[in-house]
Design a binder for this molecule. Structure first.
Ligand SMILES: *Cc1c(COP(=O)(O)O)cnc(C)c1O
Length: 402
């Protein structure tokens, strides 16, 4: 057996690095001899006797009772994610938005007050500004870089502060440790969407954040082939969120959980390469005459670079930049790239690029776009694991089309 931690102190799982965690963090969960964890493609699980059935039905988060309640394949993924985020446990959901909405709905009630950032993933903003207010929750929207404003927004009935860092589209950061320090002594829960960083580059729990959320659709899956979400937190919070999860029912399919498990095995390798590629491309873009401005937390020109260095160990896949040209020229530039595919999402093995203004043209007017920092010449790229020289060459060729 591979887990001999009791007899060999250097094999203590608590001291494992991420590269080891993703391969061995779920050791011991499978009882058969297959090297690769099986897909438990079963909606329900049999009990050997009435006593076992009673236990399966009543133990919270039982992994083998009914798949909406839990599934053994989910367990493998959760064990690894909890280790990567440094939390007691993790819970999987059918999408990142399921992780976010289930968590928030599990923790707040009518009459509670919550604080959220003025910039969030679009559907998170909708949850706070449109959904929660319909159920009698008071919502304050605050500028994420203004700690004094966050503190001033706190009320006696503030229950939760929702955070996200870095955030779309200009990679603005939130000082996670500073907000946690405001919230903890007052008994306010902090929730951080860590999707844009990945657990390799940022561990919010170590900075004092209570609950860490992911769209596992992004880096964790890493291949743009599945939709999944994760909640990393204490067992106490997880049980509460799990109860809401069994009610809302946004369950991850066992097949997608297995694909996610397969993706996780190479997460550190992928993120190391992505970090290196994105930083190199961001630095190169900054030196190009056709590029007006580059936004990337790893660049010294990023207004919060010092904070990035403090709370992140790598800066992730997403770089945003403004090219010298109007909407049409930007559109031509994006279309003429051959390696970066014109598609949303991020954190996967292949590079993707989005002409942000074109994406929102149907849902936002010009004033709204301006308020959301979306200029017509602005693009967002998720850098993949291609060879950096090829990415630069493709970019150089496309920039000539401006
Ligand atoms: C993609 C994303 C989500 C939503 O995740 P889905 O898996 O698409 O539901 C939430 N937050 C951030 C920051 C994201 O990038």
């Amino acid at each position: 057996m591979k887990n001999n931690s009791a007899s060999h102190p250097s094999c203590d799982p608590a001291s494992w690095h991420d590269e080891t965690c993703v391969l061995h963090g779920d050791a011991g969960l499978s009882t058969d001899s297959a090297l690769v964890a099986p897909i438990h493609y079963s909606a329900t699980f049999k009990a050997d006797d009435p006593q076992a059935f009673a236990e399966m039905a009543n133990v919270p988060r039982h992994p083998g009772f009914y798949t909406r309640y839990g599934n053994p394949t989910h367990e493998h993924v959760a064990a690894i994610l909890a280790k990567l985020e440094g939390t007691e446990t993790a819970l999987l959901t059918g999408s990142g938005m399921a992780a976010i909405s289930t968590t928030v709905l599990a923790l707040v009630s009518a009459g509670d007050h919550v604080i959220a950032q003025s910039r969030h993933y679009m559907s998170t903003t909708k949850l706070f500004e449109e959904v929660l207010v319909r159920f009698g929750v008071q919502v304050s929207i605050v500028e994420q870089t203004d700690l004094a404003a966050i503190e001033a927004a706190i009320r006696p009935n503030t229950r939760l502060i929702m955070l996200e860092s870095p955030v779309n589209p200009t990679l603005v950061l939130t000082d996670l440790a500073a907000v946690a320090a405001l919230a903890r002594p007052r008994g306010i829960l902090t929730v951080a969407d860590n999707t844009f960083a990945s657990p390799l580059n940022q561990q919010p729990h170590a900075l004092g954040i209570d609950i860490v959320l992911h769209s596992a659709t992004k880096y964790l899956g890493g291949h743009h082939d599945l939709t999944a979400g994760a909640v990393c937190c204490s067992a106490l919070h997880a049980e509460k969120i799990w109860r809401m999860h069994t009610t809302l029912g946004a369950v991850l399919s066992p097949m997608d959980a297995w694909l996610l498990l397969r993706g996780l095995r190479t997460l550190p390798l992928r993120v190391q390469r992505i970090n290196a590629n994105a930083l190199a491309l961001a630095q190169w873009l900054e030196a190009q005459p056709q590029v007006e401005q580059v936004f990337y937390p790893g660049l010294e020109s990023h207004p919060q670079h010092a904070l990035a260095q403090r709370q992140m160990t790598g800066y992730g896949a997403v770089i945003a930049f403004a090219v010298r040209g109007n909407f049409e020229a930007t559109s031509r530039f994006v279309a003429s790239l051959e390696l970066a595919t014109h598609a949303v999402s991020l954190g996967g093995v292949d590079s993707l690029i989005v002409h942000t203004a074109a994406m929102w043209a149907g849902t936002m007017n010009e004033a709204q776009m301006q308020a959301a920092d979306i200029a017509p010449n602005f693009v967002r790229m998720s850098v993949g694991v291609e060879h950096i020289d090829d990415l630069k060459a493709d970019m150089a060729r496309a920039l000539q089309k401006l």
